[in-house]
Ligand binder design. Sequence first.
Ligand code: PTJ
Length: 254
Amino acid sequence: MVIKIPETHPRYKSLLYREKIVEGYHEGYVVLQGLIAHGRGECFDYILGEETIEEAYEAEKAAVAKLLLSRHPVISVNGNVAALVPGEVVRLAELTGAKIEVNLFYRTREREEKIADILRRHGAREVLGVGEDADRTIEELGSERRRVSSRGIYIADTVLIPLEDGDRAEALKRLGKFIIAIDLNPLSRTAQVADITIVDNIVRALPNMIKLAEEYINLDRTSLENIVSSYDNKAILSRVLRYIRDRLGELAGE
Ligand code: PTJ
């Protein structure tokens, strides 16, 4: 059952997103494992204070600059992403010239089509990776994620992979692709191997990135390149961990 959350509830937003995931499950496009993933995300978000920290915002800036500079950027969409931010995915893709591709760990044709429908209802003109469109295979990958579109992830130079399970980022990097991850867990394998890791909730990260893209779209290539080259992902990940340590220390009254 999906319940109506009163707007006065102190945890209104968090409960609303939880309901969206549950609704997606009832509608058959979010998997049960997606509920577990969401809970894990909630836990890290609580630790971060449920806000975009400075380090995440720096990563969001670099990510938007990189998407705008890329020749074939692709935004990969799974069940959780479709439940939480379908309209934002479409808008960010429009602004950055990125393709949208459905790519599922627990792949079924039915889920692919449901997710593509949702994205189209939110304004997407083209959604790749559905059925026969996933016509290429990334041999390095063991999971169902290996099937990709020859017009999308297969030829992409930059891939935005939000809320990922482990091994794909590594495989895509081995193929020479630039990887941008959105993952609340700074210790996950995806977070550790990505070129840019945004440790933020996707429900805040994408709106931030849309605003940044609206601004950066007017910048020249040199300015965008400077934003990307001055970004250091290793340093950002260390700073995120220090932020968590310090925040927990403060909360513990140290
Ligand atoms: O739809 P499918 O079949 O492709 O499956 C999608 C899931 C999410 C089930 C699959 O990719 C999976 O199992 O992922 P993991 O291994 O649970 O990893 C998901 C990561 O996303 C975890 O590190 C979570 O902390 C993180 N996460 C969860 N919710 C959010 C999040 N990060 C940012 N924003 C969130 N809202």
